[in-house]
Design a protein around this ligand. Structure first.
Ligand code: AMP
Ligand code: MG
Length: 414
């Protein structure tokens, strides 16, 4: 274990978990809600508990393609007389008499009087005469009315994120519109004289602004309403105007750049004049500088300018805040252990979120390799990755084969 410390680490850095806990106390869950059509509910969050107005299934029906009959009839004679059929959407209309059966298809209603279904592979049917191999018990191969959900039973709770499965469940109980929590609105911009938007030519010393596109992607994937305010030059009046404009139009103002110690731009100075902002130095790498506070009624988050740092701080700090502001419960991200493929370089001093590719080897064991260079400006380290490799503060260089902690990327975001 090397003893050399991270040259960028300093005393009194704030631990990521401590920072998240402090930040979460500063934001409140939303109170407004609105009604949307089911077809527009994907990615929205339920504002109330939802109960079912119907039993599910709504009627007893067959779980198999086969034959329906009275179980007790088979104890006398395994040969029954075929008297009709029940197809999905076309129930059997006749009278049930002893020692009879009907052809029945999956999802078709079970006629009153029958109590069991046998799958067609265990039946020998010759015209009207059907010889049935007795199933293990009465009631086999049936789905009973109300066995999944009873009328009045809770189906989804307030705070549930509506995904594909939830949309299907709502349709199953006949819900065409639902009450969801108001979307959070985030206004974002990039700061820096060196930044140019895509589609323009670069002059010497300039680079393309990438953070705005990453942030747009993250917010869109999280189904958050956003306003893109572009690139703001390192000009005091332009920055002041952008902060005021953003704060008047959104629940959160999100910027990147200009929050590190010794920055030559005016962002920090103007933030101090316009709001109540704390400049944090976090014990994480990448992503040490981070600003948080309030600008008017809006929450403010200032991400570091380096592209990977801004993504990691969004992921670790801004996303939990947005979850709470949206009315979602705070769920600790899934972490697991994987065998490191290759050697890993690290100075002790900060928690590191290196970027990895998680997979399985032939023995079914989880293993992870890094995505090449891990510089805080190398965004391809994120675009090639499917997980973070999380290394604790004291950890130093780590050899091939070590079990390391990995956190798969949240599929809502990346
Ligand atoms: P700053 O935090 O403003 O000191 O910026 C740190 C580094 O990140 C510098 O190399 C900037 O050029 C770069 N950077 C800042 N903002 C962006 C952005 N929006 N897109 C790409 N790189 C950026
Ligand atoms: Mg800058």
């Amino acid at each position: 274990m090397p003893t050399q410390a991270d040259p960028c680490s300093q005393p009194n850095l704030i631990q990521p978990d401590e920072a998240i806990a402090l930040l979460l106390k500063q934001v409140a869950p939303p109170d407004g809600s609105e009604v949307v059509q089911l077809t527009h509910a994907l990615g929205r969050i339920l504002a109330e508990d939802l109960t079912s107005a119907i039993d599910l299934p709504p009627f007893d029906n067959s779980a198999m393609d086969g034959y329906a009959f009275r179980f007790d009839d088979l104890s006398v004679n395994k040969s029954l007389t075929l008297i009709g059929q029940s197809f999905a959407g076309h129930p059997f209309q006749g009278e049930i008499t002893p020692n009879t059966c009907i052809r029945i298809m999956t999802g078709a209603p079970l006629p009153f009087g029958y109590d069991t279904v046998q799958m067609q592979e265990r039946v020998d049917a010759k015209e009207q005469t059907v010889v049935i191999e007795a199933p293990k018990a009465k009631g086999a191969n049936l789905r009973y009315r109300g066995e999944e959900i009873k009328t009045g039973g809770k189906v989804l709770s307030r705070g549930t994120l509506i995904g594909a499965a939830q949309m299907g469940v709502l349709a199953t109980i006949g819900v065409s519109q639902l009450r969801v929590i108001h979307q959070v609105k985030v206004a974002f911009f990039s700061t820096g004289d060196e930044l140019r938007p895509v589609g323009s030519e670069l002059s010497p010393g300039q680079i393309y602004d990438s953070n705005r596109y990453t942030i747009q992607g993250l917010l869109s994937r999280a189904n958050i309403d956003w306003i893109d305010l572009g690139v703001i030059a390192d000009d005091p009046e332009a920055i002041r105007h952008a902060f005021r404009d953003a704060a008047s139009r959104a629940d959160m103002v999100l910027t990147s750049g200009g929050v590190s110690v010794g920055d030559a731009d005016y962002t920090k100075q103007i933030l101090n004049e316009e709001g109540e902002i704390t400049f944090w130095r976090l014990a994480i790498k990448p992503g040490k500088p981070f600003a948080f506070g309030h600008l008017g009624k809006a929450v403010f988050c200032g991400l570091p300018g380096n592209p990977v740092s801004s993504m990691v701080t969004f992921y670790k700090l801004v996303w939990p805040l947005l979850q709470k502001m949206q009315g979602l419960p705070h769920i600790q991200p899934l972490q697991l252990k994987a065998k490191l493929k290759g050697d890993l370089r690290k100075f002790p001093g900060r928690v590191e979120y290196q970027r990895g590719i998680l997979s399985h080897n032939e023995q079914g064991e989880a293993e992870v390799s890094l995505t090449g260079g891990q510089g805080s400006g190398m965004l391809t380290s994120m675009s090639l990755a499917n997980c973070f490799v999380i290394l604790n503060q004291e950890q130093g260089d780590t050899p091939n084969g070590t079990l390391v902690t990995v956190e798969p990327f949240n599929s809502v975001l990346c």
